[in-house]
Design a binder for this molecule. Structure first.
Ligand code: ADP
Ligand code: MG
Length: 699
């Protein structure tokens, strides 16, 4: 394999330095290896030969076998073309070229037998085919089965590099090298009945049939996911064996006092279970890295707080990091109110914290008198130094990169325990890859008394329906409830979005003149935003017109209705997050998704998932299937793993599981991969992950 990586494609027959440079620039293809691993994105069927008599209406590209009767140049100047009359004995077809006329006229010899491959079209009962591929019958033997069609760029096409060109290069490589060295151990190939690499590489470019193609794809997908899992697991295991964490042996004064005197309600069963899981981790002497998944409103904050109290009882400090200033502030308010009576010192640090307060925080962090620091990413800046940071909570982690998590580790000689919380439920298979190094806890139970939010689809551009929606809003307001009205704000057409938001705001003010309306969007100054938010949070404003800034974490239990305008423009997970802002109190809540009357069928189907379930996991699975891993894959590529070449996290769940099991089995047997027959694994890991950071040292 390494040999192929070192062979420059400029030495490949027919390539040369100029084209090599072009391929590198356009596709990043430098070596023989790169070319062989530039996989087709679809296939043309060259497994059967048709006859001209069989041709009919809409056919894809097909093959014909026969002879040219004659060639003629027709038309003049720019419009001239070469027409070859082709027959296979069942009829005739005109083969037409608009370029390279002179050359082609000499290249093809009337009377010789050829295979032509192209898309036939019919006009007035005459068949023709434009710019087909033409191969002498002898050469065509190699072209059978399904043939790969490659991703290309416009520039490449203009410079004469076609899919066929790449296919030919690949063919040349395959016929000159003597097989490729296997990159998976024999035992795995045998155990899972996978296609060997030498066969698979041929089959992925030029499979004899669909069955072989699928087997080849399975092999490559498995390999990709397997090495990813092997890499994740070997570091995770090593880390837990080598790195010692803070040992929290006791449940002490603060935890006990809070639990018996301050706890505002009985914990749910799920909350209790998760706290036990965390307690076992932090009591083990190992360093904890745990992902806590729980749907919006499931009560993660309280779990986080109880954990932080455990840390404080064991003479360390705790820190809670949130993605936005609004959310950090809200956490600060909730938590400081809860723990003030038991003498816990909590402070808030964000980008807008004043210097004087900041200095005080730094001082108290270093002398150890500050127990809990809550803030935005300001808390991970290097100048924020703790005396003894024992426990870190990260809320809504997918907004924090892996690299940011890594910075936490520099804050102590002993790495703190890390609890990552997310309300975006992550399907299991995805969690296994994106957060493959984290243990997972789930809160799968909502606090008692909650009624599931009722979700409805309505047409925003149907006046009658809009009127009815506003009537319903009016009834809620009359009962003293509060209402969210959400608009999309998407960077690309910011201006238009802002306009519709402002118009929406005016419409609402006119429609509900006796209620106070707050107004928030992402472009506002933080101070103004906070002021508007606080109007709504305190109940002074009854309606909040906002963009998605309210998406994460905001907690106003009296708000019972949410209207989402242009709902078709949101992803499902985002809609689910938004919807989680209502249904936080004991009253029945509503979420109304407004769309245009005319939306695509697919879009309607997507939105109907929202109306049919309030289960975040179902929503997330559906979202993943429809949109692909998107964001999450981004997180992953920003440092955890490599780009996925052929596997698809959204649809290859089963293969991920297979890969994980295999990697785990191998490491059980041979944790350091020192066994003779695992040399191939060590070698591949080096090759694949040489450049990636050693994220085994990252939470
Ligand atoms: P999330 O998991 O979305 O972060 P929160 O922690 O904000 O949820 O909790 C949502 C609401 O539920 C809060 O008002 C909180 O006080 C309340 N809550 C949390 N746990 C319980 C419980 N065991 N019983 C009743 N209410 C609870
Ligand atoms: Mg929360």
């Amino acid at each position: 394999m390494n040999r192929l990586r070192n062979l420059d494609i400029k030495y490949l027959k027919g390539v040369g330095p100029k084209r090599a440079e072009l391929l590198d620039k356009q596709l990043g293809i430098k070596s023989y290896y790169d070319l062989l691993f530039h996989f087709p994105n679809h296939y043309l069927d060259r497994s059967s030969i048709y006859t001209i008599r069989e041709l009919h209406g809409e056919m894809p590209s097909i093959q014909l076998k026969g002879r040219f009767i004659n060639f003629s140049v027709q038309g003049v100047g720019a419009k001239s073309r070469l027409v070859g009359l082709f027959t296979d004995g069942t009829g005739t077809i005109e083969v037409v070229w608009f370029q390279r006329i002179k050359y082609l006229k000499q290249a093809y010899i009337p009377g010789n037998e050829y295979i032509i491959f192209g898309k036939p079209s019919e006009f007035n009962g005459h068949w023709s085919m434009v710019h087909p591929e033409v191969d002498p019958i002898a050469a065509a033997g190699a072209m059978q089965g399904l043939r790969g069609v490659y991703p290309l760029t416009e520039t490449l096409r203009n410079r004469g590099v076609s899919s066929r060109t790449l296919f030919n290069y690949i063919h040349t490589i395959l016929s000159t090298i003597r097989g490729v060295a296997e990159t998976l151990p024999q035992e795995i190939l045998v155990r899972l009945n996978l296609m060997p690499l030498s066969e698979a590489i041929v089959a992925i470019h030029n499979p004899q049939n669909n069955d072989r193609l699928q087997r080849a794809r399975l092999r490559f997908k498995f390999e990709e996911l397997f090495y990813m899992q092997l890499n994740i697991l070997r570091y995770t295991r090593k880390r837990s064996a080598v790195i010692r964490g803070f040992h929290f042996p006791r449940i002490g004064h603060f935890f006990n006092t809070f639990y018996s005197q301050q706890l505002p309600f009985e914990l749910t069963g799920a909350q209790k279970r998760v706290i036990k899981e965390i307690r076992a981790d932090v009591g083990s002497g190992k360093q904890m890295n745990r992902l806590l998944q729980g749907d919006v409103g499931s009560g993660k904050t309280l779990v986080a707080l109880l954990c932080m109290l455990m840390a404080i009882d064991n003479n360390t400090q705790a820190c809670l990091m949130a993605p936005t200033e609004i959310l950090a502030t809200q956490h600060y308010e909730t938590i400081s109110e809860l723990v003030a009576p038991i003498g816990i010192n909590v402070k808030l640090l964000t980008g807008s914290t004043r210097k004087k307060q900041r200095d005080l925080i730094h001082e108290q962090l270093q002398d150890g008198s500050l127990h809990i620091l809550i803030g935005t990413h300001a808390v991970i800046e290097d100048n924020v130094q703790f005396k003894n940071l024992g426990f870190v909570v990260i809320d809504e982690q997918h907004r924090f990169g892996v690299a940011q998590r890594a910075r936490l580790w520099k804050k102590n000689s002993t790495p703190p325990h890390v609890l990552v919380m997310t309300a975006t439920p992550i399907p299991r298979t995805l969690a296994m890859t994106v957060y493959g190094d984290l243990d997972v806890s789930v809160i799968d139970e909502l606090p008692p008394g909650r009624k599931p939010v009722q979700t409805l689809l309505r047409y925003g551009d149907d006046d009658k329906q809009r009127f009815q929606v506003y009537q319903a809003v009016g009834r809620q307001l009359k009962q003293g409830r509060q209402v969210y009205i959400v608009y999309p704000l998407i960077q690309e057409n910011e201006k238009l979005d802002l306009q519709s938001l402002e118009e929406g705001y005016e419409l609402i003010c006119e429609t509900f003149p006796s209620y106070r309306v707050a107004f928030v969007h992402g472009k506002m100054k933080p101070a103004e935003k906070d002021y508007q938010m606080s109007l709504f949070a305190s109940g002074q404003a009854h309606i909040l017109v906002a963009t998605t800034v309210i998406e994460v974490g905001v907690n106003v239990p009296n708000a019972t209705t949410m209207i989402i305008e242009n709902a078709e423009r949101f992803g499902l997970s985002q809609l689910h997050q938004l919807r989680g802002r209502v249904g936080r109190g004991a009253d029945q809540s509503y979420c109304i998704l407004m769309t245009k009357v005319k939306i695509a069928k697919e879009t309607r189907k997507r939105l109907e998932i929202m109306t049919s379930t309030t289960d975040g996991f179902i929503v997330a699975e559906a979202d993943l299937k429809m949109r692909g891993p998107g964001d999450l894959e981004g997180t992953m590529q920003s440092g955890i793993a490599f780009d996925l070449h052929i596997a698809n996290l959204a649809t290859d769940g089963q293969i991920i599981q297979m890969a994980r099991n295999m990697a785990s089995d191998i490491l059980d047997l041979d944790p350091d991969l020192t066994m003779q027959n695992h040399a191939i694994l060590r070698n591949q890991l080096d090759v694949l992950f040489a450049k990636s950071i050693n994220w085994g040292l990252i939470s």
